[in-house]
Write a protein that binds this ligand. Structure first.
Ligand code: NAD
Length: 338
């Protein structure tokens, strides 16, 4: 059993913690935060029972007064774990890295941290081996995770020369009311970081990316255009996506007309938080023309990075030598169908 701690119990941290708690070859030793936030309160009220630690000893009384039982400090947790997953607010991870180093504990960091935090950018289906000897591993962002999965599937099958992503980016998470109300579509400078990040994990692909931020909270939607090394048909492409890992397809003709329809469907299924780990491709948007392939996919931004974060633990701790064995193990425990 690899012992893991999660630092930062917000949108991403609570999902990483739940994901690790499901891995039968990992033990979630505890979670860390600094405030009695709603996710921390919900953790206590739900009875999930993860031991809770506090990074800042001076905040312990505030948390305890709010009814949060505190097991110890971040230093206490670090004495008991093999590895931590940092999911704190952007910038905090860089400071925490020094604390992890002091305890000799390797860590993963999320997309909001600066690239300097790690010598690599990690996305398991592209560069699993790169994390084997690295103590501080930065995951790619949610959008790049989805782009990597789909581009790797096409690259493995046909070879990808060039990739262009046009990202329609949600402006905020549902609870980030400080970012709104808003009424605008905001273009970003080119190339988008998702394109330069893709070239770091798949250096042979010539990538370009655009971002337009729009006033929604239900995830991002990306229009993709890749140029392959050989000609394919739309049916070939759909078959590759059907076989691809952590990729699923939705049909507009079945009623999946928007990302909100997917979200509602997951709620109707009773999926916790309506979280989706897969990148979802709308079948009717897949079109091949010679060597050019087009599609549109949905990025469930809050959950999509969880499988790759767990894979990073597998790579760094030497749990599986082969990336697909690691992906199999993570997905089996998360309940992601092949
Ligand atoms: N929200 C998303 O959709 C999303 C998607 C992919 C990646 N990310 C990245 O994940 C990281 C976390 O984002 P988030 O949306 O979960 O943020 P969040 O604000 O929801 O959660 C961050 C948590 O860290 C806690 N925290 C702050 N300082 C701390 C400290 N010193 N010790 C312990 N906990 C501390 C905060 O109290 C908060 O609960 C960021 O790098 C972000 O860019 C976010």
């Amino acid at each position: 059993m690899v012992k893991v701690g999660v630092v930062g119990f917000g949108t991403i941290g609570e999902r990483i913690a739940d994901g690790i708690a499901k891995q039968k070859d990992m033990e979630l030793v505890g979670v860390v935060d600094v405030a009695p936030s709603l996710p921390v309160r919900a953790l206590v009220e739900s009875g999930r029972g993860y031991p809770i630690y506090c990074s800042l000893p001076e905040r312990i009384p505030t948390m305890e007064q709010a009814g949060i039982p505190i097991t110890g400090t971040l230093d206490d947790l670090l004495e008991q774990v093999d590895m931590v997953c940092d999911a704190t607010s952007p910038g905090i991870g860089m400071r925490n890295k020094e604390i992890y180093k002091k305890h000799g504990v390797p860590a993963t960091f999320q997309g909001g941290e600066k690239h300097e935090i790690s010598p690599i950018l990690f996305s398991s289906t592209a560069n699993y081996d790169a994390a084997k000897d690295i103590d501080y591993i930065k995951l790619v962002s949610c959008n790049t995770t989805g782009i990597v999965r789909t581009v790797v599937a096409m690259d493995d099958a046909f070879g990808v020369e060039k990739s262009v992503a046009t990202i329609v980016r949600r402006a905020a998470d549902p609870s980030e009311i400080h970012k709104g109300p808003i009424d605008a579509a905001i273009p970003s400078k080119v190339p988008a970081h998702q394109a330069t990040d893709l070239m770091r994990v798949l250096p042979h692909v010539d990538a370009m990316g655009f971002v337009i931020t729009v006033p929604t909270t239900h995830g991002h939607v990306i229009a993709m255009h890749v140029t392959l090394k050989s000609e394919i048909t739309t049916e070939n492409a759909l078959e590759v996506f059907r076989q691809g890992r952590r990729i699923c397809t939705f049909r507009m003709e079945d009623g999946f007309l928007s990302n909100t329809h997917i979200f509602d469907y997951l709620r109707d299924l009773g999926v916790p938080r309506a979280d989706m780990y897969e990148v979802g491709i709308w079948k009717e948007t897949v079109l091949a023309r010679g060597r050019d392939l087009y599609w549109i996919h949905n990025i469930p931004q809050e959950a999509i990075v969880i499988p790759e974060t767990i894979d990073a633990i597998r790579a760094r701790m030497g749990m599986q030598a082969d990336k697909w064995d690691a992906v199999d193990a993570t997905d089996r425990y998360l309940g992601i169908a092949k």
